[in-house]
Design a protein around this ligand. Structure first.
Ligand SMILES: NC(=O)c1ccc[n+]([C@@H]2O[C@H](COP(=O)([O-])OP(=O)(O)OC[C@H]3O[C@@H](n4cnc5c(N)ncnc54)[C@H](O)[C@@H]3O)[C@@H](O)[C@H]2O)c1
Ligand SMILES: O=P(O)(O)OC[C@@H](O)[C@@H](O)[C@H](O)[C@H](O)CO
Length: 387
């Protein structure tokens, strides 16, 4: 059995690659980072260090590595004969990996079982995004790829911080993990991946994960950044930050319970488990990593505006989420390209235009004015600071 995995970074090596390896797949990592590919190609194995309660070390071997920029012909051949393709490259990168995936699917021999494609990104239905990109390629014209691939949405959960440069390919991860996969596209042929859970309805799981784990995590990052803290565990140890994060998760809990029918007790237990994960002192995770790409995180269906908009549509003013959105607008990490772009939008557009551009909210939406006020306040703050 063979899997081609795009993105040999934190979650690629520390989670998806590990589970596929443990399931018995040979894993072909594809990445654009030449140094990383060279290291993987030269290595026989790497270690995944699981830290926290019940720490453990797992070894991953039986892998190969290809540079998806310079070894496209080889990669197409691998995809043409693989069982599974997964990605963990970031939702905005899916359009760049789609062409080679389309070519690989087109090159599959007739009669081969359909390729099982799963995008393991933090975004609602990321695999649908990838499927649309693949479907828009010339190779897919006339439905040519339809019988050759299955696309399944998934929700992946494991905190994998940025790794120390000195530790080579080894990855430090938390002990917790969850991989939930939509069963329906497989029609009975779902892969056997120990540790993965197949469900008939993914929407509740994917929204619960994004609007609890990632909303809470990003809140801790942005409130922590405002408080001048570097590590997520330090941010969570700050009483004010912890209270603000808790208040945000109270609001998303309200939405998730009423929208998806989770019981209040079940959601509370989920929240408690997640707060404990954020405080894991063994995990060297930073507010800069977790807060990365604020424009993506502030976009329409993402972890802040998504739940806040739905609450506003239900007549609730999401005060705590608005507080987190205000903190996100202040995330000005100079090393983050999206933070710089955000600052540029705030500096050059009216509050209303900037709100529409950053959040995708329509001016008539019940959340729009509240966010626009925050944008205006941030613009005034920056103007005062630079006067
Ligand atoms: N780290 C986590 O805790 C975590 C957990 C769950 C989900 N995720 C999601 O997984 C995805 C990856 O996150 P990460 O933390 O591993 O990031 P990362 O930056 O560590 O890894 C991304 C990798 O993708 C590679 N890449 C970029 N463009 C590429 C391309 N065109 N083709 C092939 N490879 C390419 C990069 O070189 C990098 O090695 C994101 O969508 C993230 O939201 C991360
Ligand atoms: O990967 P992002 O940028 O969408 O979000 C940052 C973190 O919240 C995220 O990587 C978590 O660690 C992960 O989603 C946990 O499952």
């Amino acid at each position: 059995m063979k899997a081609v995995h795009f993105g040999a970074g934190n979650i690629g090596r520390g989670f998806v690659g590990l589970l596929l390896h443990n399931a018995g797949y040979e894993v072909v990592f594809a990445d654009v980072a030449e140094g990383l590919i060279a290291q993987l190609a030269a290595a026989d194995s790497y270690a995944v260090h699981e830290v926290g309660e019940n720490p453990a070390v797992q070894t991953v071997d039986n892998f190969r590595a290809l540079n998806s920029n310079t070894q496209e012909t080889e990669l197409i051949k691998e995809i043409a004969t693989a069982d599974i393709v997964t990605t963990a490259v970031g939702p905005h990168i899916l359009k760049f990996v789609a062409p080679v995936i389309a070519r690989g699917i087109a090159a599959r021999e007739p009669g081969l079982a359909p390729l099982q494609v799963m995008a393991c990104e933090n975004a609602i239905n990321a695999t649908d995004i990838l499927a649309r990109e693949v479907g828009s390629r010339p190779e897919a014209a006339g439905g040519a790829l339809e019988d050759k691939a299955i696309f399944a949405n998934t929700a992946v959960d494991r905190i994998v911080p940025n790794q120390d440069a000195g530790q080579g390919l080894d990855v430090t991860v938390e002990t917790f993990f969850e991989w939930v996969i939509d069963r329906t596209p497989f029609a009975g042929s779902e892969p056997k991946i120990p540790g993965a859970t197949f469900v008939d309805e993914l929407a509740p799981y994917i929204e619960r994960k994004l609007f609890t784990v990632n909303t809470g995590h990003a809140s801790a990052a942005y409130f922590g950044f405002e408080a001048g803290l570097e590590k997520i565990s330090d941010a969570m140890a700050d009483q004010d930050v912890a209270e603000d994060v808790r208040a945000v998760l109270e609001e998303t809990k309200q939405l998730l319970v009423s929208k998806h029918g989770f019981s209040s007790e079940e959601q509370e237990a989920y929240v408690q488990k997640i707060l404990a994960r954020f405080t894991n002192p063994h995990l060297p995770d930073t507010v800069n990593r977790v807060g990365r790409a604020p424009l993506r995180k502030l976009s329409r269906h993402e972890r802040f505006i998504g739940p806040a908009a739905e609450l506003a549509e239900r007549g609730v003013v999401p005060e705590a989420l608005l507080g987190a959105i205000a903190a996100a607008l202040r995330f000005n990490d100079p090393a983050d390209a999206e933070a710089t772009e955000l600052a540029g939008i705030l500096a050059s557009e009216t509050a209303a235009d900037a709100t529409a551009r950053i959040t995708g909210l329509e001016p008539g939406h019940p959340l729009f004015n509240a966010v626009s006020t925050l944008v205006e306040e941030r613009q005034a703050e920056v103007a005062t600071a630079s006067a």
